[in-house]
Design a protein. Structure first.
Lengths: 120, 325
């Protein structure tokens, strides 16, 4: 089964999603992120979805829930690179960015985490 | 049966063979009617010139119509006689319909309102009825003359139907063109500073426009790497549920991309409507004026606005309150 690699760069987990997500894949992603955080805490999680062209409600909710769970384990989540078309669908479905931050790209995501860390 | 002809190009209005047949069927124009008219073509067309004379004499008496005929009465009389000639030939087919549509288009183009067109056509009917009544047939067999008149009335209504549809078609096309022109102006995304975009919303928002706004705004955010988007709604006259819904959706969409939205220019009536509608506003960032929004946007992107000569610059109300406090 395909898995999405969860990389650690200093105190940030980096997840780059390169394919369209199906239910199973997003489920395993959630497990992997939480397991990695469990092994060694991190300050933030960046999930880059710039290569993802389709996001359905299930995927979106699963990502939001992953962010919420990560938050409970002490890591803030930034979802970066959401595509305009994806965003339009999500807002039409009434989805809001609750429980996670967003950024245009990975740079922006790291900036957001840094900014938040500086404030805390 | 009329010859099968290709659809007549009259804008969105189609006058192909089947459409002509349907119109005729609805007006109960039968072969009998066409035969009856054709049977009196000679008499009716002999009267055509007389009718045209009276027709233009009448038009000349009204300033609204006199202007259209002035200086070209002779030419128009000939056109009119030809038009009348076709009317009394009793052959209603696609070619006939196209001539009627053409006449409608010409009238529409020169700006002759339907009331004048209809009034003038009514004259036709009056004159034709008068002439029929006074004719040999009218004297000998009034019932037969009456039948001819009824058949003629049917074709007159056919003409009127086509012409009015042409007027409406032209109007619809004008409206559509204007809508398109307006749409092009409707959603300009302005990069006022690095990473700061302004979207001034003017006019009314419907679902279609909101869609277009999103379609131009969201890619612009990605392309310009914007961090702040200011949506200025000073130019929105009213806010209803659907407009508010679209506006909030746009703001949320921008947030999902990773930029921040600031809404500026909310007027009292609009603020009242938003709250009155019970919409959740806690996630919205707002500033009074576009200028305030711009200042906040610049601060959010790591810049500071410094006014070098404070005395020379007008101070905004909130800033003044701050200074006084």
């Amino acid at each position: 089964m395909n898995r999405i690699p969860v990389l650690r760069a200093r105190d940030v987990l980096l997840v780059s999603v390169q394919t369209d997500l199906d239910d199973q894949l997003v489920q395993s992603l959630q497990e992997d992120v939480l397991a990695t955080l469990d092994k060694r805490p991190a300050r933030g999680v960046v999930i880059d979805v710039s290569s993802v062209s389709v996001v359905d409600t299930f995927t979106a909710r699963a990502i939001a829930q992953t962010a919420q769970m990560a938050q409970l384990m002490g890591a803030s989540t930034v979802v970066s690179g959401l595509q305009p078309a994806v965003v339009m669908t999500l807002t039409e479905m009434g989805f809001t960015a609750r429980g996670f931050m967003t950024a245009l790209d990975i740079d922006g995501a790291l900036d957001a985490l840094e900014e938040q860390h500086g404030r805390a | 049966m009329p010859p099968i002809a290709p659809p007549v190009p009259a804008g969105g209005l189609s006058l192909d063979a089947s459409e002509v047949e349907r119109r005729k069927a609805f007006l109960s124009i039968t072969a009998e009617d066409e035969r009856r008219i054709a049977g009196h073509t000679e008499f009716l067309s002999a009267a055509a010139r007389k009718i045209a004379d009276r027709f233009y004499e009448h038009l000349g008496r009204f300033p609204e119509t006199a202007g259209f005929v002035q200086g070209r009465v002779e030419q128009l009389k000939r056109t009119q006689a030809a038009y009348f000639q076709q009317l009394v030939e009793g052959r209603i087919d696609t070619a006939y319909a196209e001539v009627r549509a053409h006449v409608g288009r010409v009238h529409e183009r020169i700006g002759l309102a339907p009331k004048w067109y209809l009034g003038a056509f009514h004259l036709y009917a009056q004159e034709a009825a008068g002439l029929l009544k006074a004719s040999e047939l009218g004297q000998k067999d009034p019932h037969a003359a009456w039948d001819v008149m009824l058949s003629l009335l049917k074709s007159i209504f056919f003409d009127v139907g086509v012409t009015i549809d042409v007027y409406i078609d032209a109007l619809l096309r004008t409206t559509k063109a204007q809508e398109e022109a307006l749409r092009e102006l409707s959603a300009p995304v302005i990069e006022v500073w690095d990473q700061v975009l302004v979207l001034p919303l003017v006019g009314t928002m419907d679902t279609r426009r909101a869609q277009e706004v999103s379609e131009s705004l969201l890619p612009a955010v990605v392309e310009k790497r914007a961090r702040v988007v200011i949506i200025d709604i000073t130019g929105l006259p009213v806010m209803d549920t659907s407009t508010a819904h679209h506006l909030f959706n746009a703001a949320r969409a921008v947030e999902l991309l990773g930029a921040t939205t600031i809404i500026t220019g909310v007027r009292p009536a609009i603020a009242q409507t938003i709250v009155g509608l019970g919409l959740e506003t806690s996630a919205l960032r707002t500033q009074a004026r576009l200028a305030d929004g711009l200042r906040v946007a610049l601060e959010m992107t790591g810049r500071t606005v410094i006014e070098r000569d404070r005395r020379a610059k007008p101070v905004s109300a909130p800033a003044r309150a701050e200074q006084e406090a």
